[in-house]
Write a protein that binds this ligand. Structure first.
Ligand SMILES: Cc1ncc(COP(=O)(O)O)c(C=O)c1O
Length: 460
């Protein structure tokens, strides 16, 4: 016998499938539906609860129920699906769109026209107060006067490259490889740049000291957790020693903690905590853990640099989007943010473990890979004769997207045989298939296999 609540579920699914209801649409209230179907409110609540369990709808407290995503039969569209190890935005399935939509509406109600005119160049003060509390959980203790809200961490990094620093020095040191967006800023500003090799074993601290001592380094740009592209994280001991060397040789540290929230180790400290007085400039993006389109990030500056930073920020864009800021403030205050972080911490940790298990299972012994505990990125070191560029091209034919890490190096450190894989947007159930194909591709280029893929379309 078909129960009433399954009937209601079927009707809603049908409306989603035929497009009558789309992502983000609000469903009728429990009362409206109970009247329409002449049944109790409990029956409607049961139908909504079941649809929620199937992740088709989503409830917003005190607001109602919404459609999560287009209804798809997952079995039908497996063929020809893209396996995406390339995209580096957050997992689309867990982006808090609807929660945030709610916050934007509330922010407009509360702040009204304030959100649509010029606002505080340093960032809305009440948001800065909220962020001070959020940063404490990351072991970053500071005050709102030192905190800037910037339009993405890329803006802060770009400004720091061209800004004068209190140490009067001009040269910049970067890990090799490093985040490509920072290399772009260095190139555009024609900054004199030094590199230091980074592997999963870390950096050579004696070499670091040598560079600090002899090269007039203005600052060392460092991504100490879940490095982009390697996935490397420093130990607390290493971070302490780097900060000590920076103090000794009057070098600043620009700490890009873009994925710090994902750290499964509660004892891991940011470098900032080893010198909160100002030697370490702390940068924290909201792009990877929230919604990159908000263009929001934090920069914590030493007192000595506040005025100069303010001038650069003003001449760059006056202020960061007040609408994004107002909504973020409500998201933080409501506790939704901390719930969201808990969810994504588990998700990315699990995906990273799955990726490493797949690499262990399929990759030949002539290929090695980095083993981050979480984060977005892992790199595969290919045999010397295998060029990452060729791999990218061949894999693309099978709808497998990976990244060649070549642009993440300064010319003198360049490696042509490194692939970067991002786990952020790949479906968990496609990880094994993707890595198996990558392994086949390496074996093919090394001459161990006559053809790469099983599908005849891609025989070469
Ligand atoms: C290490 C690192 N820092 C900074 C950024 C820039 O992020 P945002 O969107 O905050 O400008 C990225 C973006 O990919 C990144 O990988």
């Amino acid at each position: 016998m078909i129960t009433k609540y399954t009937l209601i579920m079927c009707e809603i699914k049908e409306q989603v499938a035929n497009g009558t209801l789309g992502p983000g649409d609000k469903l009728p209230s429990v009362r409206q539906l109970s009247e329409r179907f002449s049944c109790s409110k409990n029956t409607i609540i049961k139908a909504y609860n079941e649809l929620e369990k199937e992740h088709l709808i989503y409830s917003v407290p005190k607001s109602g129920y919404y459609i999560v995503n287009e209804y798809r039969s997952f079995d039908n569209d497996k063929t020809n699906q893209k396996i995406d190890f390339l995209s580096a935005g957050p997992d689309k399935e867990v982006m808090p769109y609807i929660e945030f939509q709610h916050c934007i509406n509330q922010a407009i109600d509360i702040y009204k026209e304030e959100l649509f005119t010029y606002s505080d160049q340093q960032g809305i003060y009440s948001l800065r107060l909220q962020l001070i509390k959020y940063l404490q959980d990351l072991q970053v203790f500071t005050n709102p006067e030192r905190l800037f809200i910037v339009s993405g961490s890329q803006q802060a990094l770009n400004m720091l490259v061209s800004m004068p620093f209190p140490n009067g020095k001009n040269n910049i040191l970067v890990e090799q490889p490093t985040y490509f967006g920072f290399i772009e800023s260095l190139n555009l500003h024609k900054a004199t740049t030094f590199g230091i090799e980074l592997t999963m074993e870390g950096i050579d601290l004696a070499r670091l000291e040598y560079i600090f001592r002899n090269n007039q380094i203005k600052f060392f740009y460092i991504v100490p957790r879940f490095h982009n592209p390697l996935g490397h994280s420093y130990t607390n001991e290493e971070k302490k020693r780097i900060v000590k060397l920076a103090q000794k040789y009057d070098v600043y540290i620009v700490e890009d903690d873009f994925l710090g929230d994902l750290d499964p180790n509660p004892k891991a400290d940011p470098m900032f905590s080893y010198d909160p007085s100002g030697r370490v400039i702390y940068i924290k993006s909201f792009s990877k853990i929230m919604l990159p389109g908000l263009r929001l990030a934090i920069a914590v500056l030493p007192n000595l640099m506040i005025n100069t930073f303010l001038r650069y920020k003003f001449s760059s864009d006056f202020n960061s989007s007040a609408l994004s800021q107002g909504a973020l403030e409500i998201y933080l205050k409501s506790g939704m943010f901390s719930g969201h972080i808990k969810r994504i911490r588990g998700l990315y940790h699990r995906k990273m473990q799955l990726l490493q298990e797949a690499c262990e299972m399929y990759l030949s012994s002539n290929t090695s890979f980095s083993k981050p505990s979480s984060g977005f990125y892992l790199t595969i070191h290919l045999p010397d004769q295998v060029k990452a560029r060729r791999m990218v091209d061949l894999l693309l034919r099978e709808n497998i997207y990976v990244d060649d890490a070549i642009r993440m190096f300064l010319p003198e450190y360049r490696k042509e045989n490194m692939l970067r894989l991002s786990i952020s947007q790949v479906n968990e159930n496609q990880i094994n298939q993707g890595i198996e194909q990558i392994a086949r591709c390496v074996d093919f280029i090394c001459g161990k296999k006559d053809y790469i893929f099983q599908s005849p379309s891609s025989l070469l």
